[in-house]
Design a protein around this ligand. Structure first.
Ligand code: EPZ
Length: 425
């Protein structure tokens, strides 16, 4: 099982003159991590689907290409994505595409449900750890799928999917989503115990139910799916991207300023809010957003440990490490979810950061960072480098933008609108 670096790497980079305060409003769009399983799930819908407020991240574009390769029609329109999967006729995904993103594995459940067979390549994605898919495969096997594997490819087949009790040994977000999708049109009831409880799973439940499915319990560790015969189309608004919102919150806290972040559920970012308050930023929560005010002079947020939702998200560990690196005092970061999610740290060291790593723990002694030429090595690590460069006085560059493009659309424009000096060259 391999992790691949996304192809299409360019020589483009961000040139960032840091030290400017951020002010204004930023509107958060649909969560990338909701959208990707929803695109896959649309393969099971014999009708038209519209997903609103979507950004053209490269992960979303690649996921749509996978659906097109199976015979689906999809395009960006009216600020969202239109999908029509009535004519899906393939069951085999393109190896190059599936190798580009981890979320390609989401196609397994829907394809097995619709075609009773699926043939995919082991998924790629950010190189943040081993990222096995064993829990997806054992979960789907419990519903009656037989898998065979040859080289890079893995094929699944079933005569029909049957509802069962499935217990996950750890709350994998992706495995929970794949099993829910496969169970949606299976015969009988599936109960998933030990399920992940992330807001993106609640989005998937809302979507499936809006299409006529019967899923309950999302947001808890026990999810129940009663199989239905078919799904009809719908127009669906996924929730705002809590990780993008957290990135802007941390950025504003680091740079100083006053930013209103609109379109995110304040409850989804509550763990970020707590840490930013501990660091000295002022956060106001309201319905549909949060406002961050900061002088930019922060103290160490203290101990930061990544955990499944509602704990502090691993996807914001790198941005929070950048904050801790420039705040006054010592912080301790513990990365519990992925074994290789400190790739931003050598880059922060180039900026003069004082960080020591021991296994999955990092001790960060905050100090003033200086500008440097930085290279993004994964999506959220890349965002962390942008934040560090925006807050450090002087001119930095960030290359490796294909990683950042996976999950943030026109990040430079969004920060420029808040007063940052950042251009893409
Ligand atoms: C989702 O990945 C997100 N991706 C990740 O966001 C996020 O970091 C992660 O959840 C945790 O919150 C999407 O939703 C598209 P997991 P996923 O299965 O589903 C282990 C980003 O930056 N595991 O919950 O792949 C795994 O190795 C991305 O936007 C197995 O052992 O995460 C990890 O240690 C990166 N076997 C833990 O579970 C499996 O079969 C949690 O992974 C599956 C997972």
């Amino acid at each position: 099982m391999r992790n691949r670096i996304p192809s299409g790497e360019t020589n483009e980079k961000y040139i960032i003159s840091g030290g400017r305060k951020l002010n204004g409003e930023v509107r958060i769009m649909s969560a990338k991590n909701s959208l990707l399983p929803l695109i896959a799930c649309s393969v099971m819908v014999n009708d038209e689907v519209f997903l609103s407020d979507c950004e053209r991240t490269s992960d979303a574009e690649n996921m749509l290409d996978i659906v097109r390769g199976l015979g689906g029609k999809c395009h960006f329109d009216n600020g969202g994505i239109c999908l029509d999967c009535r004519h899906i006729n393939g069951h085999k995904t393109n190896a190059e595409l599936t190798g580009k993103l981890r979320s390609s594995v989401f196609i397994l459940g829907p394809l097995l449900s619709r075609m009773h067979r699926a043939d995919i390549c082991y998924p790629g994605g950010c190189d943040i750890g081993l990222r096995p898919i064993d829990l997806h495969l054992t979960g789907l096997s419990s519903l009656g799928v037989k898998f065979t594997s040859e080289g890079e490819r893995i094929a699944g087949e079933c005569t029909e999917l049957k509802g069962r009790e499935v217990t996950l040994p750890l709350p994998s977000v992706g495995a929970t989503e794949n099993i829910i999708m496969a169970a949606t049109m299976a015969e009988g009831r599936t109960v998933i115990r030990g399920a992940a409880a992330e807001p993106e799973i609640i989005d998937l439940q809302r979507f499936i139910n809006m299409c006529g499915g019967k899923v309950s319990g999302a947001g808890t560790g026990r999810i129940c799916v009663d199989g239905v015969n078919s799904l009809h189309g719908c127009s669906f608004a996924p929730s705002g991207d809590r990780i993008a919102a957290g990135t802007f919150m941390i950025g504003c806290a680091m740079c100083g300023g006053d930013v209103d972040i609109i379109g995110v559920d304040a409850a989804h970012v509550v763990s970020v809010t707590g840490l930013l308050r501990a660091a000295g930023a002022e956060i106001t929560e309201r319905i549909g957003g949060v406002r961050v005010k900061s002088s930019g002079n922060l103290r160490a947020p203290g101990r930061i440990e990544t955990k499944p939702y509602p704990g502090f998200p691993t996807d914001l560990q790198a941005p929070m490490t950048a904050l801790a690196a420039s705040a006054k005092g010592t912080s301790y970061i513990i990365e519990n979810l992925f074994e290789n999610r400190f790739r931003h740290i050598p880059q922060l060291l180039k900026m003069g950061a004082d960080i020591t790593v021991c296994g999955r723990a990092a001790t960060v002694r905050g100090r003033k960072l200086h500008p440097a030429d930085l290279v993004a090595e994964d999506l959220r690590g890349g965002a962390a480098l942008v934040l560090a460069a925006l807050s450090a006085d002087g001119t930095s560059t960030v290359s490796g933008l294909s990683h950042i493009d996976r999950g943030y659309y026109k990040l430079d424009e969004r920060f420029r609108a808040l007063g940052a000096d950042i251009i893409r060259m």
